[in-house]
Design a protein around this ligand. Structure first.
Ligand code: URA
Ligand code: SF4
Length: 269
């Protein structure tokens, strides 16, 4: 018991010293997880119950007020939210002039797979969500055939604003927008990226080779295994190509060490 108390005291002193050091360095704002912030506010309250509980575990350190503002953050979603906020205000390319909503992308915050499409269409522009139209429904079927739920993966695009009349985004527009995607990838750390269609491959890998040649061949983007395949909108126009996409998605499952679901095996082979 005395040992545990001693260890706790050491931790408290360590944190105290670290915070003082930060303050000396000029840091004036600290990110604090919501449960900690709640405990601190409770400790500031009238009955000081949290403080009392804490002081049973360790003697209070000298009560020097620390002039930090404590910023509530959730360690997981803050970065994504900050990217989405910057995207929402972004005017780096001409697509900002005609968009209704920005479409930063959405999904799981530590996904095994990240799907990257071209850019928002009319439905996505109206809702601010990626792949919610007809192509999106097909993408959901592809994800489910792989044995995942949509919520378990990340779904996004190369450009975050809708190109007018669904034209292909220009190389300049894609390059202007790419840093957001890069930040998202750095945060999400997917094990595999699936590039949906030639435009996604051009935007991400800067490779102009025809998608019919590229698909099914592993690439890497910043060290992450990347699989180019056909875009679901192309599959809507050309359903027989679903067979090739399924081959590519099975290669993704193999890379991830995941089994091909029995239900999909029966239907797709
Ligand atoms: N097509 C895309 O490339 N992205 C979407 O979000 C929807 C359709
Ligand atoms: Fe900014 Fe990307 Fe939208 Fe262009 S497409 S305005 S770079 S968010």
């Amino acid at each position: 018991m005395a040992d545990a108390r001693h260890r706790l005291l050491t931790i408290v002193e360590g944190v105290d010293a670290h915070v003082r050091h930060l303050k000396e360095e000029g840091v004036r704002e600290l990110p604090v997880a919501p449960p900690t912030l709640a405990a601190l506010s409770e400790a500031k309250g009238d009955d000081h119950s949290a403080m009392k509980r804490a002081s049973k575990a360790a003697p209070p350190t000298p009560e020097t007020p620390i002039a930090f503002s404590l910023k509530p953050t959730s360690p997981t979603s803050t970065t994504l939210k900050s990217i989405a906020d910057r995207v929402a205000a972004c005017r780096l390319c001409g697509l900002s002039a005609t968009r209704t909503n920005t479409v930063p992308g959405q999904g799981h915050e530590s996904p095994e797979i990240m799907f990257v499409g071209e850019g928002p269409g009319a439905d996505e522009d109206a809702q601010g969500l990626a792949f919610v139209g007809r192509a999106g429904k097909l993408l959901t079927q592809m994800i489910e055939a792989m044995g995942y739920q949509r919520e378990e993966v990340w779904i996004g695009n190369i450009v975050k604003c809708r190109p007018p009349n669904n034209r292909k985004p220009t190389m300049d527009e894609m390059n202007a927008c790419l840093p957001y995607l890069k930040e998202q990838i750095a945060f999400l750390k997917p094990k595999v990226i699936v590039c949906l269609g030639a435009t996604a491959v051009q935007g991400l890998l800067n490779d102009m080779t025809m998608i019919t040649k590229l698909r099914g061949q592993w690439r890497t983007f910043e060290g992450i295994d990347t699989m180019p395949t056909f875009h679901p909108a192309y599959l809507l126009r050309n359903p027989p190509a679903k067979r090739e996409v399924w081959t590519d998605l099975k290669a993704v499952l193999e890379k991830l060490g995941r089994p091909v679901p029995e239900s999909a095996k029966k239907r797709k082979g």
